[in-house]
Ligand binder design. Structure first.
Ligand SMILES: Cc1ncc(COP(=O)(O)O)c(C=O)c1O
Length: 423
């Protein structure tokens, strides 16, 4: 990479250090001072020209993702591989830049893209693989990175479900060429809004800086809306009242009283909030919240260990990972026989249970709806099977030991009623 190279090896560095060679050997103090100041200015300019790793914050994860795609010059005629068993937030930015999302099926063991299926969906137009670390479970990065290197593809990590999981001891988001994350509801670190974009390839990172310079801060109304939603989330959302709050949120968003997870425009396949930065307040807030990430991760690990131990004893279908994976779960997924019956029972017992993703490209259902996102019904059968059978157990800062116990009691009841799918 350029910054580690000498000016001879790196043409852009050479260009940005004008005249330094000619000044070598200057003896008087004035010229030394002048050359030193020129040197520092040139180094500053050079670092602007070729930032190896650049991070900027945008209004949402999907805006951060779109910015990465644009910075990488991905556009019309290009294809980006993205896993099925995802939500519309991932194909929309690809469509927004004029590229084509190409869906690859997943591995039922990890809920992540199946590297064995990458070859079948790669064409000469493929430019990048988007790797979603679903529910915080790292994707098999050994195979993804090897495949990408062989076919000269960029790897963009979708870290919206985790900021702390690691693969072979390396934190996810630091393995590919770029990463993005989200701080909206249901994410590892909730701020109400915000998405991080990081690019670590010098040839693209400068583009990200330029895009960010052109991006606008959100208007006061938008900032107040996300703050109001955040306060509501902090004050009201409790696992014991999860079901009626979910119903209320869905009702209010249908009446346009709160911003829905996906706007009507987005359901139609178009971006909203494009070109918006993360509010400055949220950026400062994120920096302070990140200091407590380890604590947050430890808590998640301990709750996941409880669920894992109980479900393993029941021989239920959970993800069994080898020693390369160290997941920090966002939610704990398991497969059940009848999703509807299990969700009804959870509602009755007042236990929080997630139903997403409800389809291969959540929340689209009919073949026509799925097609607006570039997904052909039945093209990824494993993803569709998982969407039909997955439920997720809560792991977040608002649950306490009493709720974990209630969740475990529900699992026992599901086992007694033979509603869990076997491993
Ligand atoms: C896997 C995944 N990627 C991307 C996004 C987009 O994040 P945001 O909602 O901040 O745009 C989400 C959230 O909806 C997500 O779950």
């Amino acid at each position: 990479m350029c910054p580690k190279q000498t000016s001879q090896q790196c043409p852009s560095l050479r260009k940005s250090l004008p005249g330094l060679r000619a000044k070598r050997g200057a003896t008087n103090v004035v010229s030394r001072a002048r050359s030193a100041s020129r040197y520092f200015k040139a180094v500053k300019d050079a670092s602007k020209v070729m930032q190896p790793e650049v991070t900027r914050y945008f209004f949402r994860g999907r805006v951060a993702q779109e910015s990465i795609l644009r910075a990488m010059n991905i556009g019309m005629g290009d294809e980006v591989i993205v896993q099925a068993f995802t939500c519309i937030a991932t194909p929309i930015p690809i469509l927004a830049v004029g590229a084509k999302p190409v869906f690859v099926d997943v591995d039922a063991r990890t809920y992540n893209l199946d590297p064995a299926k990458l070859d079948a969906v790669t064409t000469r137009n493929t430019k990048a693989i988007m790797v979603q670390h679903t529910f915080g479970i790292p994707a098999d990065m050994d195979r993804v990175l090897a495949f990408a290197a062989k076919h000269n593809l960029a790897v963009i990590e979708d870290c919206c479900h985790t900021l702390a999981s690691s693969f072979r001891g390396q934190i996810v988001g630091t393995l590919g060429d770029a990463m993005f994350s989200s701080h909206r509801w249901g994410k590892p670190l909730v701020l109400g809004a915000g998405g991080r974009a990081t690019i670590r390839r010098a040839e693209y990172s400068n583009q990200l800086l330029k895009l960010y310079e052109k991006a606008q801060p959100p208007g006061t109304l938008a900032v107040l809306q996300v703050l109001a939603e955040y306060v509501t989330y902090e004050l009201l959302l409790r696992p014991s009242t999860f079901w009626w709050q979910r119903d209320l949120f869905r009702l209010l968003s249908r009446w346009h009283l709160v911003k829905p997870t996906f706007t009507r425009k987005e359901v139609g396949g178009r971006m909203t909030d494009a070109g918006w930065r993360m509010p400055a307040l949220h950026e400062r807030w994120l920096a302070s919240r990140l200091k407590r990430l380890d604590e947050n991760s430890e808590f998640r690990r301990s709750v996941a260990n409880i669920y894992g131990a109980v479900l393993r004893e029941m021989n239920a279908h959970i993800c069994e990972l080898d020693e390369r994976y160290d997941p920090v779960f966002l939610r704990y997924p398991l497969l059940v026989r009848s999703k509807d019956r299990v969700l009804q029972l959870a509602r009755k017992r007042a236990v929080e249970l997630g139903d997403w993703y409800i389809s291969a490209v959540h929340p689209m259902h009919s073949p026509a709806e799925l097609r607006t996102m570039g997904y052909e019904a039945k093209s990824c059968p494993v993803a569709e099977m998982i969407a039909d059978h997955v439920v997720t157990l809560p792991i977040h800062s608002k649950i306490n030991s009493k709720q974990v116990r209630r969740t475990v009691d529900l699992l026992k009841e599901l086992a007694t009623r033979d509603l869990l799918r076997a491993a």
